[in-house]
Design a protein around this ligand. Sequence first.
Ligand code: ADP
Ligand code: GN1
Ligand code: MG
Length: 358
Amino acid sequence: MSNYDDARNVIEHFKIDGRLEDIKVNTQGHINSTFVSTFVCDGVRKKYTHQKINKNVFKKPKEVIENILAVTSHIAEKVKDLDDRDRRVLKVVFTKDHKPFFIDENDDYWRTYGFIENVNTYETIPSLEAARNLGRGIGKFQCQLSDFDGARLNITIPHFHDMNLRYRQLEDAMAQNPAGRLDSVKEEIDFLMANRERGCRIWNDFESGVLPNRVTHNDTKMNNVLFDPVTDEAVCVIDLDTIMPGTILFDTGDMIRTACNTASEDEKDLSKVHFNKDMYESLVSGYLEEASGFLTKEEREGIKESGRTITQIMAVRFLTDYIAGDVYYNIAYPEHNIVRAHTQIALMKSMDEQWEKY
Ligand code: ADP
Ligand code: GN1
Ligand code: MG
């Protein structure tokens, strides 16, 4: 995590009118360092989001920003006639020397977006209607990008949702056991190994072409979607770092994983973690309102499994990071990654208990 002084020094390089009044940190994401600034210009306050891109995760930050510029301009064109177009898509703010990023003395890349005001983000979904709206929002986002040429995109994290690779990474971490944590997670490993073959099916179907290759977001967890506080409409999909060619099932999977869990991703009390099948039905029906026009039979039939698969890949990834000594995700306390892995495993088990009922 960077500190306020780093952020203050960086912010002055962006082309923002007015006087910097305040900087706050936002700890909702697990990857980048995010700050929110307030500027005052002619008595009017305006906020901005500044992010240091995690270069351990994104090896070529410039390519991440190139993707974001291409995708946000494409969506901006689609929403240009809406009254609230300013909150429908992220807007990149350039530096005083006209670049979409600033590189600091440590070779870290920073970017700035206009802050989208008057919106909510959720860790747990508040209502069936909000779930339906989330489904609609993700479906709409995929539609907006359906005519975007995926070949233009840089691959920001190769094989991001490749379950085969994620299991190999788990095995590497187990073999090295750098933090000496392996003995404490045998049960979790046994459960995930027993599910290995099933979990790899979606990736294998994507690679073999059974599932179409489309432009997907790849990180559609609920707090990457901004909701209107009055109507609960999903107005903007943010966190565009992993926009890449993929199967839409990666995106349906992550919205199911996060919106149908009755608890947050890092709930310690596992008795609170359940799969809510009513939320699932509302979420998927909202999604299909927007997406059914372009889905193939295989995609439509894969939606239910996608929720389980993406929950599984997160369990594998959180567990791997715990064994590896917390080298990837931002954590707030030493056990954070294993707590996250436990909620994912509990959610998979709750899905399995109800599998025939939804
Ligand atoms: P990370 O990759 O670390 O998850 P995100 O891009 O998702 O970073 O940003 C972290 C959080 O910051 C989001 O969950 C959201 O709450 C907030 N955020 C980011 N960009 C904006 C924005 N332009 N307007 C409002 N909130 C934002
Ligand atoms: C990370 O960046 P953030 O916090 O929205 C991760 C996702 C995981 C998610 C789990 C680039 O998302 O893949 O699903 O944590 N992003 C990256 O909460 O690894
Ligand atoms: Mg995020």
